[in-house]
Design a protein around this ligand. Structure first.
Ligand code: NAD
Length: 347
């Protein structure tokens, strides 16, 4: 006997996710995600929140990121393994699930490697739109790996950026990023040093991967009146920004209990002042207050952004062929007769 339609859960594979992104268009998908993320940041207080549950090893980390708004529950499984890239594997790979709180039944299972890159970029751009200096047009993109094109295109689609200046310690990564961005409408400049990349840029994005206290931006490199979008310092012992810059700037974070463990601010005292970005987006706290100010988004990636992305995908796959119905839920004739269901399936 075949399971009834009621018991089937939509599953979005990597292939289907890519088809969905092309169907919607990368820029429109980033704008759509940004809208869902901004909506959820504005109702931040309604969510269950917990720092992600991390399992660290010498080479990386595997994390679970759960949250719920009382009606819907979501989680993401994600890893971060900087050494993977050298072995031809992804640094970050993920999948996620959305469930109905009322019944506990899953309503969506999806790949989230692509989706994480999109939601991270959309979040960066939502924050840059709120905090970057007025009229910011040029972004330095330091670290030209898997996230970098998404970061660049989101800043173009959402935050008004028209030029990106690329730098990576590996010139092949910069060449790849520049080639992928050709035809995007962005002016793309490949740079030989990080100093060169930040020349004339009002938004400085750091998106490198190294399980170390790295210093991608040193104090003398950063002048007044810029917005720093710090993406790669997202794990204990893994940072990108010199503490002196953090002390000169105003720091904006997603969820302080998680960012204090994982973000660049792990280098600062536990009580160093930070502003929660949801408060800026909902008008409860000030963002940029002067042209000279250095604003820093110490991004680590929070469960609510994944929840927003999962909601977006659930809504957008409806009526499309971009999912498989997955037989994930037991469906006995009598809910107490699970054994009977096993008998039912006897060949
Ligand atoms: P990736 O491995 O594909 O790319 C990282 C790039 O950084 C590589 O090209 C590498 O050569 C370059 N790099 C390393 N050290 C450098 C240095 N000192 N200067 C310049 N470039 C350097 O990784 P990815 O998937 O693009 O992810 C980048 C980072 O973003 C990772 O640290 C990842 O954990 C983090 N990340 C954060 C979030 C978030 O929400 N904040 C989400 C996804 C990924």
């Amino acid at each position: 006997m075949k399971p009834s339609d009621k018991a089937l859960v939509p599953f979005v594979s990597v292939d289907h996710m890519m088809q969905l992104i092309h169907h919607i268009g990368v820029q429109d998908m980033l704008r759509g995600l940004a809208g869902y993320i901004e909506d959820d940041f504005k109702r931040w207080e309604r969510f269950d929140k917990t720092p992600r549950i991390a399992s660290h090893s010498a080479e990386g980390v595997i994390e679970l990121m759960p949250t719920s708004d009382g009606e819907t529950y979501g989680f993401k499984y994600v890893n971060g393994h900087p050494k993977n890239m050298a072995e031809g594997l992804q640094t970050v790979t993920a999948f996620g699930l959305l469930a109905d709180v009322d019944t506990g039944y899953p309503v969506l299972l999806t790949e989230m490697t692509m989706l994480t890159a999109l939601r991270t970029a959309a979040t960066s751009a939502v924050v840059a739109r709120a905090l970057a200096p007025k009229g910011a047009k040029t972004m330095a993109m330091i670290g030209n790996g898997a996230q970098s094109e998404f970061q660049s295109i989101a800043m173009q689609a959402i935050a008004g950026v028209s030029e990106v200046r690329l730098y990576d310690i590996d010139p092949a990564a910069t060449a790849k990023c520049a080639a992928n961005l050709a035809g995007s409408g962005l002016k793309v400049t490949a740079c030989k040093t990080a100093e060169d990349a930040i020349e004339g840029a009002q938004i400085l994005t750091t998106c490198t991967a190294d399980k170390a206290y790295a210093t991608i931006l040193t104090d003398n490199m950063v002048g007044a009146g810029v917005h720093i979008n710090a993406i790669g310092g997202d794990c204990p012992g893994k940072t990108e920004i010199a503490p002196a810059i953090l002390k000169r700037g105003d720091i904006f974070v997603e969820y302080p209990p998680q960012t204090r463990i994982e973000g660049d601010i792990q280098q600062l005292a536990d009580d160093h002042p930070v502003t929660e970005i949801w408060q800026v987006l909902s008008g409860q706290a000030q963002g940029r207050t002067s042209d000279k100010q250095i604003t820093i988004f110490d991004s680590v990636g929070f469960a609510i952004e994944d929840f927003s992305a999962l909601r977006f995908v659930r809504d957008r796959i409806e009526g499309t062929p971009y999912f498989h119905p997955l037989d994930l839920l037991a469906d006995p004739n009598d809910p107490r007769d699970l054994y009977g269901m096993l008998n039912r399936a006897h060949p």
